[in-house]
Design a protein around this ligand. Sequence first.
Ligand code: AMP
Length: 473
Amino acid sequence: MCGIVGISSSADVSFSLYYALYALQHRGQESAGIATFNGSGLCKYKENGLVSEVFNEQVLKSLVGKVGIGHVRYPTTGENRPENIQPFLFTFHGHVIAIAHNGNLVNYRELRAEFENRGQIFWSTSDTEVISKIITESIRKGGTIEDAVKKCMACLKGSYSVVMLYDGDLYAFRDPHGIRPLCFGRTESGYMVASESVALDALNGKLERDVLPGEMIHISGDEIRFKQIAVASRKGHCVFEYIYFARADSYIDGSLVYDVRRKIGAQIFEEKPIQADAVCTVPDSGTAYAVGFSEKSSIPFVECLIKNRYMGRTFIMPTQEKRERAVRIKLNPIPDHLRDRSIILVDDSIVRGTTSRRIIESMKDAGAREIHMRIGSPIIKAPCYLGVDMPTRAELIGSDKDVEQVRKSITATSLHYLSIESLVNAIGLPCHDLCLGCLTGCYPVEIRNEQCDDRCVTLVDRDVQTSLFERES
Ligand code: AMP
Protein backbone atom coordinates (compact mmCIF):
# COMPACT_ATOMS: atom_id res chain seq x y z
CA MET A 1 0.00 0.00 0.00
CA CYS A 2 1.21 3.50 -0.68
CA GLY A 3 -0.01 7.07 -0.62
CA ILE A 4 0.18 9.46 -3.57
CA VAL A 5 -0.49 13.14 -4.13
CA GLY A 6 -0.25 15.61 -7.00
CA ILE A 7 -0.70 19.40 -6.78
CA SER A 8 -0.86 22.11 -9.43
CA SER A 9 -0.96 25.64 -8.07
CA SER A 10 -0.27 29.29 -8.70
CA ALA A 11 2.30 29.15 -5.86
CA ASP A 12 5.22 26.82 -5.06
CA VAL A 13 3.93 23.38 -4.06
CA SER A 14 6.70 21.61 -2.10
CA PHE A 15 5.44 22.55 1.38
CA SER A 16 1.86 21.66 0.38
CA LEU A 17 3.05 18.27 -0.93
CA TYR A 18 4.89 17.73 2.35
CA TYR A 19 1.77 18.42 4.46
CA ALA A 20 -0.31 16.21 2.19
CA LEU A 21 2.19 13.34 2.51
CA TYR A 22 2.17 13.85 6.27
CA ALA A 23 -1.61 13.28 6.21
CA LEU A 24 -1.06 10.11 4.15
CA GLN A 25 1.74 8.72 6.31
CA HIS A 26 -0.45 5.82 7.51
CA ARG A 27 -0.42 4.47 3.91
CA GLY A 28 3.33 3.83 3.92
CA GLN A 29 6.21 4.34 6.30
CA GLU A 30 9.16 2.91 4.41
CA SER A 31 10.14 5.86 2.22
CA ALA A 32 8.92 9.24 1.05
CA GLY A 33 9.61 11.35 -2.02
CA ILE A 34 8.63 14.56 -3.81
CA ALA A 35 9.27 15.68 -7.41
CA THR A 36 8.48 19.17 -8.72
CA PHE A 37 8.77 20.82 -12.14
CA ASN A 38 10.69 24.11 -11.93
CA GLY A 39 9.87 25.44 -15.40
CA SER A 40 12.62 23.62 -17.28
CA GLY A 41 13.45 20.46 -15.36
CA LEU A 42 12.57 18.31 -12.37
CA CYS A 43 13.66 18.80 -8.76
CA LYS A 44 13.48 15.74 -6.52
CA TYR A 45 14.18 14.48 -3.05
CA LYS A 46 13.46 10.96 -1.82
CA GLU A 47 14.81 8.82 0.99
CA ASN A 48 13.96 5.93 3.25
CA GLY A 49 12.08 6.96 6.38
CA LEU A 50 9.00 8.80 7.58
CA VAL A 51 7.91 12.07 5.96
CA SER A 52 9.12 14.02 9.01
CA GLU A 53 12.52 12.31 8.83
CA VAL A 54 13.05 12.64 5.09
CA PHE A 55 12.26 16.34 4.58
CA ASN A 56 13.32 19.53 6.29
CA GLU A 57 12.83 23.19 5.48
CA GLN A 58 16.03 23.48 3.47
CA VAL A 59 15.15 20.44 1.33
CA LEU A 60 11.62 21.69 0.73
CA LYS A 61 12.89 25.15 -0.29
CA SER A 62 15.15 23.48 -2.87
CA LEU A 63 12.12 21.75 -4.46
CA VAL A 64 11.05 24.67 -6.61
CA GLY A 65 7.95 24.58 -8.79
CA LYS A 66 4.22 25.20 -9.01
CA VAL A 67 3.39 21.63 -9.91
CA GLY A 68 4.59 18.43 -8.26
CA ILE A 69 3.86 14.94 -7.02
CA GLY A 70 4.65 12.99 -3.85
CA HIS A 71 4.66 9.41 -2.62
CA VAL A 72 4.90 7.44 0.62
CA ARG A 73 5.84 3.79 0.18
CA TYR A 74 4.74 0.57 1.79
CA PRO A 75 6.30 -2.16 -0.31
CA THR A 76 4.25 -4.90 -1.94
CA THR A 77 6.38 -5.49 -5.07
CA GLY A 78 10.12 -4.79 -4.92
CA GLU A 79 12.49 -4.86 -1.97
CA ASN A 80 13.50 -2.02 0.29
CA ARG A 81 16.20 -0.61 -2.02
CA PRO A 82 17.02 3.04 -2.82
CA GLU A 83 16.17 2.51 -6.50
CA ASN A 84 12.59 1.48 -5.57
CA ILE A 85 11.80 4.77 -3.81
CA GLN A 86 9.22 6.82 -5.69
CA PRO A 87 8.50 9.10 -7.51
CA PHE A 88 10.43 7.64 -10.46
CA LEU A 89 12.00 10.31 -12.67
CA PHE A 90 13.18 10.03 -16.26
CA THR A 91 13.67 12.04 -19.41
CA PHE A 92 12.50 10.84 -22.79
CA HIS A 93 12.57 12.50 -26.22
CA GLY A 94 13.21 15.87 -24.56
CA HIS A 95 10.38 15.52 -22.02
CA VAL A 96 10.84 15.29 -18.27
CA ILE A 97 8.56 12.79 -16.55
CA ALA A 98 7.94 11.80 -12.92
CA ILE A 99 5.54 9.08 -11.82
CA ALA A 100 4.18 7.74 -8.52
CA HIS A 101 1.91 4.73 -8.11
CA ASN A 102 -0.28 3.13 -5.45
CA GLY A 103 -1.29 -0.45 -6.14
CA ASN A 104 0.08 -3.73 -7.35
CA LEU A 105 0.31 -5.08 -10.89
CA VAL A 106 -0.38 -8.80 -11.10
CA ASN A 107 1.00 -9.14 -14.64
CA TYR A 108 4.15 -7.18 -13.87
CA ARG A 109 6.52 -10.09 -14.53
CA GLU A 110 5.03 -10.89 -17.94
CA LEU A 111 5.12 -7.25 -19.01
CA ARG A 112 8.66 -6.79 -17.78
CA ALA A 113 9.77 -9.92 -19.68
CA GLU A 114 8.17 -8.54 -22.86
CA PHE A 115 10.14 -5.31 -22.54
CA GLU A 116 13.37 -7.10 -21.63
CA ASN A 117 13.01 -9.43 -24.59
CA ARG A 118 13.07 -6.31 -26.74
CA GLY A 119 16.30 -5.12 -25.15
CA GLN A 120 14.91 -2.61 -22.65
CA ILE A 121 16.66 -2.29 -19.31
CA PHE A 122 15.11 -1.93 -15.87
CA TRP A 123 16.86 -0.22 -12.99
CA SER A 124 14.41 -1.08 -10.18
CA THR A 125 12.46 -4.14 -9.03
CA SER A 126 9.27 -2.14 -8.63
CA ASP A 127 6.19 -2.88 -10.74
CA THR A 128 5.78 0.88 -11.24
CA GLU A 129 8.65 0.84 -13.73
CA VAL A 130 6.57 -1.07 -16.29
CA ILE A 131 4.05 1.78 -16.23
CA SER A 132 6.85 4.19 -17.17
CA LYS A 133 7.97 1.82 -19.92
CA ILE A 134 4.45 1.67 -21.39
CA ILE A 135 4.29 5.46 -21.32
CA THR A 136 7.65 5.97 -23.06
CA GLU A 137 6.81 3.27 -25.61
CA SER A 138 3.65 5.16 -26.47
CA ILE A 139 5.45 8.51 -26.73
CA ARG A 140 8.11 6.91 -28.93
CA LYS A 141 5.37 5.94 -31.36
CA GLY A 142 4.15 9.53 -31.50
CA GLY A 143 1.26 9.10 -29.08
CA THR A 144 -0.04 11.59 -26.55
CA ILE A 145 -0.19 10.98 -22.81
CA GLU A 146 -3.84 10.12 -23.27
CA ASP A 147 -2.80 7.40 -25.73
CA ALA A 148 -0.23 6.19 -23.21
CA VAL A 149 -2.84 5.97 -20.45
CA LYS A 150 -5.12 4.06 -22.83
CA LYS A 151 -2.29 1.65 -23.45
CA CYS A 152 -1.81 1.25 -19.69
CA MET A 153 -5.49 0.47 -19.21
CA ALA A 154 -5.39 -2.03 -22.06
CA CYS A 155 -2.29 -3.86 -20.80
CA LEU A 156 -2.06 -3.55 -17.03
CA LYS A 157 -3.78 -6.05 -14.77
CA GLY A 158 -4.12 -5.18 -11.12
CA SER A 159 -4.54 -2.07 -9.07
CA TYR A 160 -3.08 1.30 -10.00
CA SER A 161 -3.82 4.80 -8.90
CA VAL A 162 -1.17 6.95 -10.56
CA VAL A 163 -0.01 10.59 -10.48
CA MET A 164 2.39 11.81 -13.13
CA LEU A 165 4.26 14.96 -14.12
CA TYR A 166 4.83 15.41 -17.82
CA ASP A 167 6.89 18.57 -18.20
CA GLY A 168 4.69 21.14 -16.44
CA ASP A 169 1.42 19.20 -16.63
CA LEU A 170 -0.09 16.99 -13.94
CA TYR A 171 -1.89 13.78 -14.87
CA ALA A 172 -3.73 11.32 -12.62
CA PHE A 173 -5.49 8.09 -13.48
CA ARG A 174 -7.13 5.19 -11.70
CA ASP A 175 -7.48 1.58 -12.84
CA PRO A 176 -10.81 0.63 -14.45
CA HIS A 177 -11.88 -1.34 -11.35
CA GLY A 178 -11.03 1.55 -9.01
CA ILE A 179 -9.33 -0.84 -6.61
CA ARG A 180 -7.20 1.74 -4.77
CA PRO A 181 -8.74 5.08 -3.82
CA LEU A 182 -7.97 8.40 -5.52
CA CYS A 183 -9.82 11.67 -5.12
CA PHE A 184 -9.47 15.20 -6.41
CA GLY A 185 -10.31 18.61 -5.06
CA ARG A 186 -9.39 22.28 -5.02
CA THR A 187 -6.99 24.14 -2.81
CA GLU A 188 -7.02 27.92 -2.36
CA SER A 189 -4.60 28.30 -5.25
CA GLY A 190 -5.10 25.30 -7.49
CA TYR A 191 -6.02 21.63 -7.89
CA MET A 192 -4.97 18.54 -6.08
CA VAL A 193 -5.32 14.75 -6.42
CA ALA A 194 -4.58 12.42 -3.52
CA SER A 195 -5.10 8.89 -2.26
CA GLU A 196 -7.42 10.11 0.50
CA SER A 197 -9.42 13.23 1.27
CA VAL A 198 -7.49 13.82 4.52
CA ALA A 199 -4.64 15.14 2.36
CA LEU A 200 -7.01 17.85 1.09
CA ASP A 201 -8.11 18.60 4.64
CA ALA A 202 -4.47 19.14 5.60
CA LEU A 203 -4.30 21.99 3.06
CA ASN A 204 -7.71 23.39 3.88
CA GLY A 205 -8.78 22.20 0.43
CA LYS A 206 -12.22 21.13 -0.76
CA LEU A 207 -12.91 17.58 -1.83
CA GLU A 208 -14.74 17.54 -5.18
CA ARG A 209 -15.17 13.80 -5.77
CA ASP A 210 -13.38 10.50 -6.25
CA VAL A 211 -11.52 10.04 -9.52
CA LEU A 212 -13.72 7.55 -11.39
CA PRO A 213 -12.44 4.06 -12.12
CA GLY A 214 -10.86 4.21 -15.59
CA GLU A 215 -10.78 8.02 -15.59
CA MET A 216 -7.83 10.29 -16.40
CA ILE A 217 -7.46 13.85 -15.13
CA HIS A 218 -5.18 16.31 -16.89
CA ILE A 219 -4.29 19.56 -15.14
CA SER A 220 -2.36 22.17 -17.06
CA GLY A 221 -1.95 25.43 -15.17
CA ASP A 222 -5.46 26.42 -14.16
CA GLU A 223 -7.16 24.21 -16.74
CA ILE A 224 -8.53 20.82 -15.77
CA ARG A 225 -9.80 18.14 -18.14
CA PHE A 226 -11.47 14.82 -17.32
CA LYS A 227 -11.48 11.88 -19.69
CA GLN A 228 -13.03 8.46 -19.23
CA ILE A 229 -10.45 6.14 -20.77
CA ALA A 230 -11.86 2.70 -19.97
CA VAL A 231 -14.75 1.05 -18.18
CA ALA A 232 -14.81 -2.32 -16.48
CA SER A 233 -17.88 -4.54 -16.38
CA ARG A 234 -17.70 -4.24 -12.61
CA LYS A 235 -15.87 -2.07 -10.10
CA GLY A 236 -13.66 -3.53 -7.40
CA HIS A 237 -13.14 -1.03 -4.58
CA CYS A 238 -11.00 -2.66 -1.90
CA VAL A 239 -13.05 -3.43 1.23
CA PHE A 240 -9.91 -3.42 3.32
CA GLU A 241 -9.58 0.33 2.74
CA TYR A 242 -12.86 0.70 4.64
CA ILE A 243 -11.97 -1.98 7.21
CA TYR A 244 -8.44 -0.94 8.11
CA PHE A 245 -6.32 0.99 5.70
CA ALA A 246 -7.93 4.37 5.09
CA ARG A 247 -7.95 6.95 7.83
CA ALA A 248 -11.28 7.08 9.68
CA ASP A 249 -11.65 10.79 8.82
CA SER A 250 -11.36 10.18 5.06
CA TYR A 251 -14.33 10.14 2.70
CA ILE A 252 -14.35 7.34 0.12
CA ASP A 253 -17.08 7.34 -2.53
CA GLY A 254 -19.10 9.82 -0.51
CA SER A 255 -18.96 7.84 2.76
CA LEU A 256 -17.10 8.90 5.86
CA VAL A 257 -14.93 5.90 6.76
CA TYR A 258 -15.50 6.52 10.49
CA ASP A 259 -19.26 6.17 10.02
CA VAL A 260 -18.93 3.00 7.95
CA ARG A 261 -16.91 1.50 10.81
CA ARG A 262 -19.36 2.76 13.42
CA LYS A 263 -22.22 1.17 11.50
CA ILE A 264 -20.26 -2.08 11.31
CA GLY A 265 -19.82 -1.95 15.12
CA ALA A 266 -23.60 -1.68 15.53
CA GLN A 267 -24.16 -4.55 13.10
CA ILE A 268 -21.72 -6.81 14.96
CA PHE A 269 -23.95 -6.41 18.03
CA GLU A 270 -27.14 -6.97 16.01
CA GLU A 271 -25.72 -10.15 14.49
CA LYS A 272 -24.74 -11.59 17.88
CA PRO A 273 -26.22 -9.79 20.89
CA ILE A 274 -24.28 -10.21 24.14
CA GLN A 275 -24.12 -8.68 27.62
CA ALA A 276 -20.87 -7.65 29.32
CA ASP A 277 -19.46 -5.00 31.66
CA ALA A 278 -17.62 -2.88 29.08
CA VAL A 279 -16.84 -2.45 25.40
CA CYS A 280 -13.12 -1.87 24.82
CA THR A 281 -11.30 -0.90 21.62
CA VAL A 282 -7.97 -2.10 20.31
CA PRO A 283 -6.70 1.43 19.66
CA ASP A 284 -6.78 3.05 17.22
CA SER A 285 -7.96 0.68 14.49
CA GLY A 286 -10.89 -0.71 16.53
CA THR A 287 -12.19 2.56 17.98
CA ALA A 288 -14.96 3.54 15.55
CA TYR A 289 -16.22 -0.07 15.60
CA ALA A 290 -16.24 -0.14 19.41
CA VAL A 291 -18.13 3.18 19.54
CA GLY A 292 -20.82 1.77 17.21
CA PHE A 293 -21.06 -1.44 19.22
CA SER A 294 -21.38 0.49 22.49
CA GLU A 295 -24.07 2.82 21.06
CA LYS A 296 -26.14 -0.09 19.77
CA SER A 297 -25.75 -2.34 22.83
CA SER A 298 -25.85 0.40 25.49
CA ILE A 299 -22.83 -1.28 27.08
CA PRO A 300 -20.40 1.44 28.23
CA PHE A 301 -17.33 2.18 26.14
CA VAL A 302 -14.31 2.00 28.43
CA GLU A 303 -10.71 2.27 27.32
CA CYS A 304 -8.74 -0.63 28.76
CA LEU A 305 -5.68 -0.53 26.50
CA ILE A 306 -3.47 2.50 26.01
CA LYS A 307 -1.40 2.80 22.91
CA ASN A 308 2.17 3.97 22.85
CA ARG A 309 1.88 6.49 20.03
CA TYR A 310 5.57 6.52 19.25
CA MET A 311 5.74 3.06 17.72
CA GLY A 312 5.30 2.11 14.11
CA ARG A 313 2.80 -0.45 12.92
CA THR A 314 3.71 -3.83 14.42
CA PHE A 315 2.93 -5.57 11.19
CA ILE A 316 5.96 -4.05 9.56
CA MET A 317 8.36 -5.93 11.89
CA PRO A 318 10.11 -8.57 9.78
CA THR A 319 9.94 -11.62 12.06
CA GLN A 320 7.19 -13.23 14.11
CA GLU A 321 9.24 -12.95 17.31
CA LYS A 322 9.83 -9.22 16.81
CA ARG A 323 6.13 -8.71 15.97
CA GLU A 324 5.06 -10.45 19.19
CA ARG A 325 7.39 -8.34 21.33
CA ALA A 326 6.28 -5.18 19.55
CA VAL A 327 2.60 -5.84 20.35
CA ARG A 328 3.41 -5.86 24.08
CA ILE A 329 5.29 -2.59 23.99
CA LYS A 330 2.64 -0.98 21.82
CA LEU A 331 -0.50 -1.67 23.88
CA ASN A 332 -0.54 -1.47 27.68
CA PRO A 333 -3.60 -2.76 29.60
CA ILE A 334 -5.18 -0.77 32.46
CA PRO A 335 -5.74 -3.31 35.30
CA ASP A 336 -8.22 -1.07 37.18
CA HIS A 337 -10.55 -1.12 34.17
CA LEU A 338 -10.24 -4.86 33.67
CA ARG A 339 -10.15 -6.60 37.03
CA ASP A 340 -12.96 -9.17 37.42
CA ARG A 341 -14.88 -7.74 34.48
CA SER A 342 -16.26 -9.28 31.32
CA ILE A 343 -14.98 -7.27 28.38
CA ILE A 344 -16.07 -7.03 24.75
CA LEU A 345 -12.87 -6.38 22.83
CA VAL A 346 -13.38 -4.86 19.36
CA ASP A 347 -10.79 -4.75 16.58
CA ASP A 348 -10.92 -4.27 12.82
CA SER A 349 -9.36 -7.57 11.68
CA ILE A 350 -7.52 -10.74 12.57
CA VAL A 351 -4.81 -11.52 10.02
CA ARG A 352 -2.15 -13.78 11.53
CA GLY A 353 -3.74 -13.77 14.99
CA THR A 354 -0.62 -12.49 16.76
CA THR A 355 -2.11 -9.17 17.88
CA SER A 356 -5.35 -10.60 19.29
CA ARG A 357 -3.62 -13.47 21.10
CA ARG A 358 -1.07 -11.21 22.78
CA ILE A 359 -3.64 -8.57 23.73
CA ILE A 360 -6.03 -11.12 25.19
CA GLU A 361 -3.21 -12.68 27.21
CA SER A 362 -2.15 -9.33 28.59
CA MET A 363 -5.75 -8.35 29.46
CA LYS A 364 -6.27 -11.62 31.29
CA ASP A 365 -2.96 -11.12 33.13
CA ALA A 366 -4.32 -7.71 34.15
CA GLY A 367 -7.35 -9.40 35.73
CA ALA A 368 -10.10 -9.55 33.07
CA ARG A 369 -12.57 -12.39 33.71
CA GLU A 370 -13.91 -12.84 30.16
CA ILE A 371 -12.76 -11.47 26.78
CA HIS A 372 -15.39 -11.58 24.04
CA MET A 373 -13.61 -10.73 20.80
CA ARG A 374 -15.61 -8.93 18.09
CA ILE A 375 -14.10 -8.31 14.67
CA GLY A 376 -15.18 -5.66 12.15
CA SER A 377 -14.14 -7.68 9.11
CA PRO A 378 -15.39 -11.08 8.03
CA ILE A 379 -12.88 -13.91 8.37
CA ILE A 380 -9.82 -13.27 6.17
CA LYS A 381 -9.27 -16.39 4.11
CA ALA A 382 -7.08 -15.47 1.17
CA PRO A 383 -4.07 -13.28 0.34
CA CYS A 384 -4.26 -9.87 -1.29
CA TYR A 385 -2.48 -9.51 -4.64
CA LEU A 386 -3.74 -6.01 -5.22
CA GLY A 387 -1.73 -3.85 -2.87
CA VAL A 388 -2.43 -4.77 0.77
CA ASP A 389 0.32 -6.63 2.59
CA MET A 390 -1.84 -9.64 3.41
CA PRO A 391 0.34 -12.73 3.83
CA THR A 392 0.17 -16.15 2.22
CA ARG A 393 -2.62 -18.60 3.07
CA ALA A 394 -0.18 -20.49 5.32
CA GLU A 395 0.24 -17.38 7.50
CA LEU A 396 -3.44 -16.36 7.57
CA ILE A 397 -5.03 -17.83 10.67
CA GLY A 398 -8.48 -17.80 9.05
CA SER A 399 -7.49 -19.60 5.83
CA ASP A 400 -7.88 -23.12 7.20
CA LYS A 401 -9.45 -22.65 10.65
CA ASP A 402 -13.12 -22.16 11.46
CA VAL A 403 -14.30 -19.54 13.96
CA GLU A 404 -14.15 -21.93 16.92
CA GLN A 405 -10.57 -22.97 16.07
CA VAL A 406 -9.50 -19.33 15.77
CA ARG A 407 -11.22 -18.55 19.10
CA LYS A 408 -9.24 -21.30 20.78
CA SER A 409 -6.00 -20.17 19.20
CA ILE A 410 -6.37 -16.56 20.36
CA THR A 411 -7.76 -17.78 23.75
CA ALA A 412 -10.89 -15.58 23.64
CA THR A 413 -14.00 -16.46 25.68
CA SER A 414 -16.09 -15.99 22.54
CA LEU A 415 -15.41 -14.73 19.02
CA HIS A 416 -17.62 -13.25 16.33
CA TYR A 417 -16.67 -11.88 12.90
CA LEU A 418 -19.00 -9.61 10.94
CA SER A 419 -20.69 -11.37 8.01
CA ILE A 420 -19.89 -10.39 4.43
CA GLU A 421 -23.55 -9.32 3.89
CA SER A 422 -23.41 -6.88 6.82
CA LEU A 423 -20.05 -5.51 5.66
CA VAL A 424 -21.41 -4.81 2.19
CA ASN A 425 -24.50 -3.26 3.72
CA ALA A 426 -22.43 -0.96 5.96
CA ILE A 427 -20.24 0.21 3.06
CA GLY A 428 -23.39 0.98 1.09
CA LEU A 429 -22.10 -0.04 -2.35
CA PRO A 430 -23.38 -3.01 -4.36
CA CYS A 431 -21.49 -6.23 -3.73
CA HIS A 432 -20.25 -6.40 -7.34
CA ASP A 433 -18.61 -2.97 -6.98
CA LEU A 434 -16.31 -4.22 -4.23
CA CYS A 435 -13.17 -6.37 -4.20
CA LEU A 436 -13.85 -9.04 -1.58
CA GLY A 437 -10.84 -11.15 -2.63
CA CYS A 438 -9.32 -11.54 0.84
CA LEU A 439 -12.70 -12.69 2.21
CA THR A 440 -13.91 -14.93 -0.60
CA GLY A 441 -10.79 -15.92 -2.59
CA CYS A 442 -12.49 -14.55 -5.72
CA TYR A 443 -10.91 -11.42 -7.26
CA PRO A 444 -12.08 -8.76 -9.75
CA VAL A 445 -8.99 -9.27 -11.94
CA GLU A 446 -7.41 -12.38 -13.35
CA ILE A 447 -4.76 -13.81 -11.00
CA ARG A 448 -2.92 -17.06 -11.69
CA ASN A 449 -4.28 -20.03 -9.68
CA GLU A 450 -7.07 -17.94 -8.17
CA GLN A 451 -10.74 -17.45 -9.01
CA CYS A 452 -11.84 -14.36 -10.88
CA ASP A 453 -15.48 -13.35 -11.19
CA ASP A 454 -15.38 -10.87 -14.08
CA ARG A 455 -12.45 -9.45 -15.92
CA CYS A 456 -13.88 -7.48 -18.80
CA VAL A 457 -12.35 -4.02 -19.37
CA THR A 458 -13.49 -1.99 -22.39
CA LEU A 459 -11.64 1.02 -23.74
CA VAL A 460 -14.00 3.89 -24.33
CA ASP A 461 -12.40 4.81 -27.68
CA ARG A 462 -11.41 1.51 -29.17
CA ASP A 463 -8.28 2.55 -31.01
CA VAL A 464 -5.58 0.86 -28.98
CA GLN A 465 -4.07 -2.56 -29.51
CA THR A 466 -4.30 -4.71 -26.40
CA SER A 467 -0.92 -6.27 -27.11
CA LEU A 468 1.99 -4.09 -26.03
CA PHE A 469 4.01 -4.44 -29.19
CA GLU A 470 3.16 -4.99 -32.83
CA ARG A 471 4.38 -8.32 -34.11
CA GLU A 472 7.94 -8.14 -35.34
CA SER A 473 8.10 -8.78 -39.05
P1 AMP B 1 -2.50 -9.97 13.29
O1 AMP B 1 -1.69 -9.92 14.53
O2 AMP B 1 -1.68 -10.52 12.16
O3 AMP B 1 -3.79 -10.70 13.41
O4 AMP B 1 -2.78 -8.47 12.89
C1 AMP B 1 -4.01 -7.89 12.97
C2 AMP B 1 -3.84 -6.46 13.36
O5 AMP B 1 -2.98 -5.78 12.45
C3 AMP B 1 -5.18 -5.77 13.37
O6 AMP B 1 -5.32 -5.21 14.65
C4 AMP B 1 -5.09 -4.68 12.31
O7 AMP B 1 -5.39 -3.45 12.92
C5 AMP B 1 -3.65 -4.70 11.82
N1 AMP B 1 -3.58 -4.98 10.36
C6 AMP B 1 -4.42 -5.66 9.60
N2 AMP B 1 -3.99 -5.73 8.31
C7 AMP B 1 -2.84 -5.06 8.25
C8 AMP B 1 -1.90 -4.75 7.20
N3 AMP B 1 -2.09 -5.18 5.97
N4 AMP B 1 -0.81 -4.02 7.52
C9 AMP B 1 -0.60 -3.60 8.78
N5 AMP B 1 -1.44 -3.87 9.80
C10 AMP B 1 -2.55 -4.57 9.57
